[in-house]
Write a new protein. Structure first.
Length: 394
């Protein structure tokens, strides 16, 4: 029986844990939280931080897995790569993992390989930020170099606001660095990728719905993209070049960009892992029939994978927007689940918890996932289900 080590045991890793067990693998998980939701589904549990590369390596040396992986989270990819490179397993290089998890190293790689991307400045302290007064044009974006989920991302409209919001972005950076970059105006998309033997396979382009300025938290996704086919071809070209610039030669990638009216598609950033927000775990299988989780596991084990679509459907997810306050009741879920095309309804905040302003992905309270013949129909089904559900806030 082959052994798989999964870095993380949170809700984000649960699809991988369950799929690996379905595949007949012996599964161990590593997480600092002994109460992580995925632990009961695994065969073994190791208590360690997913961010501690040396701890991850020590666990791997003890467990001796045939493969190691993580899903939908950026920083653990460094530990995955370190273990793979040390023990001769199947993953990206450590250098690539760094480029895929540090936004400054990433955008430098884009620049060096002529991949369309924003102008940018690395800022290590408030003094360096002050020195940029005459160099920056507005609006611009400020964000930490080493976080995800929209944490610390903010749109800036003036130098005064840049100084004012610096601490917000800085506080979300693990190493204390932020990046100031060009604000890109246009439709936002992500590209779901599986790299097999060095070949970049574009599985799907995802249209995004965000809160907009100033925090840009994602509130919905749909597939396939409804953009013009010529634009889609440009998006695919930029995504492939971006993956190669970072050095991704195997495994999944989640590529984010904006389609600007003046310059066409420009990179925002990418992750050398599957996308979060249920995009790659749910929407891609519902729209294409491709099981990205299974593909990722097989690549981690050094096995061959098939990325040929078996479906041509639409899929969508929409996140609830609710007034701010304490959640008193949630009604109508059972009725909403009976609507044709609704595949899942989940809440990430429970009765008694607070609904807050949405500044990052953790602030969202729940979502609906749907499948239909087209993306447009899938979105309509999500919206119908959400109208059926009544959330009482006090």
């Amino acid at each position: 029986m082959k052994k798989l080590l999964i870095i993380g045991a949170s809700i984000l890793q649960l699809p991988a844990i369950k799929k690996a067990k379905e595949m007949g693998l012996y599964v161990a998980v590593l997480d600092f939280n002994p109460n992580a939701v995925g632990i009961p589904y695994a065969d073994e549990y190791f208590n360690a931080s997913t961010m501690d590369e040396n701890a991850v390596l020590n666990v791997a040396k003890e467990f001796q897995p045939d493969g190691i992986m993580t899903l939908a989270t950026d920083m653990p990819m460094r530990g995955v790569a370190k273990v793979s490179n040390t023990l001769g397993l199947h993953s990206i290089s450590y250098e690539t993992a760094v480029k895929a998890t540090d936004k400054y190293d990433m955008i430098k790689a884009f620049e060096e390989h002529n991949v369309p991307a924003p102008w940018f400045y690395l800022v290590k302290n408030i003094e360096e930020l002050s020195q940029l007064k005459d160099k920056i044009t507005y609006p611009c974006i400020m964000k930490p170099t080493d976080n995800a989920g929209s944490h610390g991302v903010v749109k800036i409209n003036s130098f005064e606001e840049l100084i004012e919001k610096y601490e917000y972005s800085h506080s979300c950076s693990r190493r204390g660095n932020v990046i100031v970059e060009e604000y890109l105006d246009g439709e936002e998309v992500s590209v779901e990728v599986m790299v097999v033997d060095g070949k970049v396979n574009i599985l799907q382009i995802t249209d995004k719905l965000t809160t907009g300025a100033p925090y840009f938290v994602e509130m919905g996704h749909s597939q396939p993209s409804r953009l013009d086919l010529n634009i889609q071809n440009q998006i695919k070209d930029v995504a492939e070049r971006a993956c190669k610039a970072i050095g991704i030669n195997k495994g999944p990638a989640h590529v984010e960009m904006k389609v600007t009216s003046q310059y066409g598609p420009k990179m925002i950033e990418l992750g050398a892992r599957m996308g979060g927000d249920n995009i790659t775990t749910h929407l891609v299988p519902l729209s294409t029939g491709i099981d990205m989780v299974e593909c990722t596991i097989k690549i981690a084990l050094g096995e061959t994978v098939d990325v040929i679509p078996t479906l041509n459907c639409g899929s969508a997810i929409r996140y609830f927007e609710a007034p701010f306050g304490e959640i008193k009741s949630i009604e109508g879920v059972e009725e909403a689940l009976k609507i044709e095309g609704v595949k899942q309804i989940s809440f990430t905040k429970n009765i008694g918890e607070k609904s807050t302003p949405i500044h990052c992905s953790n602030d969202r309270i729940g979502f609906v996932i749907a499948q239909a013949e087209s993306a447009k129909e899938s979105i309509t089904i999500c919206e119908e289900a959400m109208k059926t559900i009544k959330i009482e806030i006090e």
